[in-house]
Design a protein. Structure first.
Length: 240
């Protein structure tokens, strides 16, 4: 097994710059998308949770889960999360584990929501399917699994990513183990929007560009064209 990357993109950096890059906007919108599907009293698992911003979203928006489990390889991130969430009014479990080697450390609860955001691009390609199979083993037929990762366009791969999956390549893999309920782009290049040749979309894009910068436009139009997006979020169910 090759090495994997442990890069973290802290939301605090976005606050320091005062202008939000599309990566940070996409992070926030992923969390809000989960919150749209969340219900009070659910059991939530966040795989590759970093310092647990998703859990903070539950806490600050008063969505009280039955239990929240965060799994992270970097103990320093979990310690940071413990400080931020010290007053959270619901049980939180902090699991320090390498998910490619120590998935067995994750408690086997009856999870309602499982999330893995921006994780699989940081591990070797050959480790991704075993990881997905491990996730599937934690799901029941009612569980929802949210997975996000970049979509490789054949040209541009982030230097800190071990392997980026092409959209169709990942879709084929996911269909082996899950039912794809929905997929949305999370950000998209402007050139890809223009390539749609959709008159209504292009007119709206042009009008919005008078106000929004490219970072916001990238996230506004991405959900409409996941196949053309540079990053996507997949909403998955366990296949029967």
């Amino acid at each position: 097994m090759g090495e994997y990357n442990k890069t973290h993109l802290p939301i605090e950096v976005a606050e320091d710059r005062y202008i939000l890059h599309r990566d940070y906007i996409a992070h926030c919108l992923r969390w809000s998308h989960v919150m749209k599907h969340a219900k009070i009293g659910q059991t939530v698992l966040d795989l590759g949770c970093a310092d647990m911003p998703l859990c903070m979203a539950y806490y600050t928006n008063k969505y009280k889960p039955e239990r929240f489990v965060g799994v992270e390889i970097r103990e320093s991130m979990l310690e940071k999360a413990k400080q931020k969430l010290a007053k959270a009014p619901f049980p939180i479990e902090y699991v320090n584990a390498d998910m490619c080697k120590e998935f067995h450390k994750i408690p086997r609860y009856d999870y309602d929501i499982i999330c893995s955001f921006e994780f699989i691009e940081h591990i070797p390609r050959e480790s991704v399917e075993p990881f997905l199979m491990d996730v599937r083993s934690l799901m029941n037929l009612e569980s929802t699994f949210f997975l996000s990762t970049p979509c490789y366009d054949g040209k541009n791969k982030a230097e800190n990513h071990v392997y980026e999956w092409g959209f169709d390549e990942l879709k084929e893999l996911l269909q082996r183990h899950f039912t794809i309920e929905k997929v949305f782009g999370t950000f998209i290049n402007q050139a890809s929007v223009k390539e749609t040749n959709d008159v209504c979309v292009l007119e709206t894009f042009s009008r919005l560009r008078e106000y929004y910068d490219s970072n916001y436009l990238a996230t506004i139009f991405a959900p409409l064209f996941p196949e053309k997006a540079r990053n996507a979020i997949w909403r998955l169910k366990r296949s029967t």
